[in-house]
Design a protein around this ligand. Structure first.
Ligand SMILES: [Zn+2]
Length: 210
């Protein structure tokens, strides 16, 4: 599996490119910004983007999605519980001093039990509300990898003080869904360094049982 992770935009959102070396099919997760750099990486690997998957509708994760769609023709997927947040990208842009990226058109909602894929690499969608109502994680069982959006970080969890956030819901998502994954699962959070489920189970102050 080709997996390029590179931080984009002023908030350094971890954008992921997942590609199949054989078929050259790819998905891009959270193209928040810096789409020209993203297109250069896609060209380097000769990848064709088939799906654009958004872990949640915060501007740093979704801001570049329409530009990427225009360049690739790939559909944009987002859980429907974040559609309301998507309608306030102008407000979000003002919060962090970014330009309003304009309207984002979603092809379809994705939720628990559905899959997204890049050639032979398939991820199960896990709906993990809490950071936002529509937050999702993507779990690649064969590769033992979780692309977690802002639900979990190395040593921390997503903030819940923005519209749609809920500490109760994020803790339920973490305990019932995220921590149910095997310890050797590599976690790629929406910001910051990689970690594993096992490390977080042992040391994440929000998750260790007292
Ligand atoms: Zn976020």
């Amino acid at each position: 599996m080709i997996h390029e992770i590179f931080p984009v935009g002023p908030l350094q959102c971890n954008c992921s490119i997942v590609g199949d070396e054989a078929t050259h099919e790819a998905m891009v997760i959270d193209p928040g910004d810096d789409i020209d750099d993203l297109l250069a990486i896609l060209a380097k690997h000769k990848l064709n983007v088939k799906q654009i998957v958004i872990t949640h509708a915060h501007i740093d994760h979704v801001g570049g999605a329409m530009k990427l769609r225009a360049a690739t023709g790939a559909p944009i997927l987002l859980n429907q519980n974040d559609y309301a947040l998507l309608q306030m990208l102008d407000v979000q842009a003002a919060w962090i001093g970014m330009a309003d990226p304009g309207k984002v058109d979603i092809e379809s909602s994705v939720t628990t039990g559905e899959t997204v894929s890049a050639g032979s690499h398939t991820a199960t969608v896990l709906h993990t509300p809490g950071h936002t109502e529509g937050s999702i994680c993507l779990y690649f069982p064969a590769e033992k990898k979780l692309i977690a959006g802002d639900t979990i970080f190395a040593g921390s969890i997503g903030r819940t003080d923005l519209p749609g956030g809920s500490m109760q819901k994020i803790l339920r998502s973490l305990h019932d869904t995220v921590m149910a994954l095997p310890d050797d699962t590599v976690v790629v959070p929406g910001h910051g360094p990689r970690t594993t489920i096992g490390i977080e189970r042992q040391s994440n102050p929000f998750l260790v049982k007292r």
